[in-house]
Design a protein around this ligand. Structure first.
Ligand SMILES: *Cc1c(COP(=O)(O)O)cnc(C)c1O
Length: 359
């Protein structure tokens, strides 16, 4: 069997150990004679998985009691619409525009007739840094994208504001300890750092649940999910099962602090390969905005021919998913929690050899 080093941005690598457990349990889950994906979402069998996933999220994130953990569908993209739908009260809503995903979120607020205020943007520098963000303290909400998956930039610290802070953490879920004093709603699709596509995790402060108007459809209200423990209708049961296995795997690694430490080591190896290449590789992100999750870079003079050659050589060495997003070209190594140190070292070695050969 061949397991590639998968540097894809999402859906992305899932720990091999997790997939092996899922494989082993696929036909007969815990002696039930059925697969977990064949189990009723109202059964005890599934309920244990559901409860465990919520408990593990609370435990790993050290979540205070005044937060709810919700499982939704529709991806992070549906959250772009649900956030204004549930939280807008006629006041100001403010956004930091740090990339394509922020822009889409801003657009969804505008569609609803709201006038979103852009308090900071890095668009003029092709989103190569996290700008200084100052939110007002009396808005309906303030919104950031913690990790910008395409450009490889990431907040080192969340902005401080008395407005409820909303964080799109789709591409850095469960990769560092979150300061919940600063956050009121944090969400993300599971498919980058936490499991398969199909599950969206929403962590919301309870005091935000009652804002929603009667005119908002049932399935688009956070309150519906909170009141029914995310079992109002059929949740994505198999996705939540895999998510739970990933959370157990993180616990086995020593929790989020241990994962964070390892992620820093992994990212440093690749950024060192860029910084020590004497200008052969050019990182997209400014140094103080660099992401620990997505390392986006070009070869000098945006040499597309050499970039294609590097991608090809990587593929021959079993490293896949490295093509950069079309908006900035080049290469992007997504090194989420599941990417091994071994995989990162293999890529750094290839980058060094390639630079030597072509400098
Ligand atoms: C991938 C991504 C999204 C979109 O996620 P979907 O689940 O496909 O809707 C949104 N925000 C960020 C930061 C992402 O990386």
């Amino acid at each position: 069997m061949k397991r590639a080093y998968n540097f894809g941005a999402g859906p992305a690598a899932i720990p091999t150990e997790v997939l092996e457990i899922a494989q082993k349990e696929l036909l007969d889950y815990e002696d039930s004679g059925i697969s977990i994906m064949e189990a009723s979402h109202r059964s005890k069998l599934y309920d244990n998985v559901h409860t465990s996933a919520i408990k593990n999220i609370r435990e790993l994130y050290k979540l205070p009691d005044d937060f709810e953990v919700l499982f939704l569908q529709g991806g992070a993209s549906m959250q772009f619409a649900m956030i204004p739908m549930n939280l807008y009260k006629g006041g100001c809503v403010q956004y930091a525009n740090t990339g394509a995903w922020s822009k889409k979120a801003i657009k969804e607020a505008a569609i609803q007739g709201i006038v979103p205020q852009i308090v900071a943007t890095s668009e003029e520098g092709s989103f190569n840094h996290i700008p200084k963000v100052n939110f007002d303290d009396d808005c309906d909400y303030a919104y950031i994208t913690s990790n910008n998956t395409i450009y490889g930039t990431q907040y080192k610290e969340f902005p401080k504001t008395s407005s409820p802070l909303i964080v799109d953490a789709s591409s850095d879920l469960f990769s560092y300890a979150v300061d919940w004093n600063r956050v009121d709603l944090l969400f993300g699709g599971a498919q980058k750092n936490a499991g398969p596509s199909g599950v969206t995790i929403v962590i919301i402060r309870k005091n935000l649940l009652d804002r929603v108007e009667e005119s908002v459809p049932t399935m688009l209200r956070y309150k519906t999910y909170a009141d029914a423990n995310s079992l109002y209708n059929t949740p994505p049961t198999f996705g939540i099962y895999i998510l739970n296995l990933v959370l157990e795997w993180i616990k086995g690694k020593g929790g989020i602090e241990a994962i964070d430490k390892e992620n820093r080591v992994k990212a440093k190896i690749l950024y060192d390969a860029i910084d020590n290449s004497q200008g052969f590789y050019i990182g997209h992100a400014q140094k103080n905005s660099r992401s620990l999750m997505n390392v986006s870079f070009n070869i000098k003079d945006k040499n597309e021919q050499l970039e294609a050659e590097l991608l090809k050589e990587a593929g021959e060495k079993n490293m896949i998913g490295l093509k950069g997003h079309r908006s900035i070209g080049g290469l992007r190594a997504s090194i989420y929690n599941a990417m091994t140190l071994e995989g990162v070292e293999a890529l750094a070695n290839l980058m060094q050899d390639f630079a030597k050969k072509h400098a």
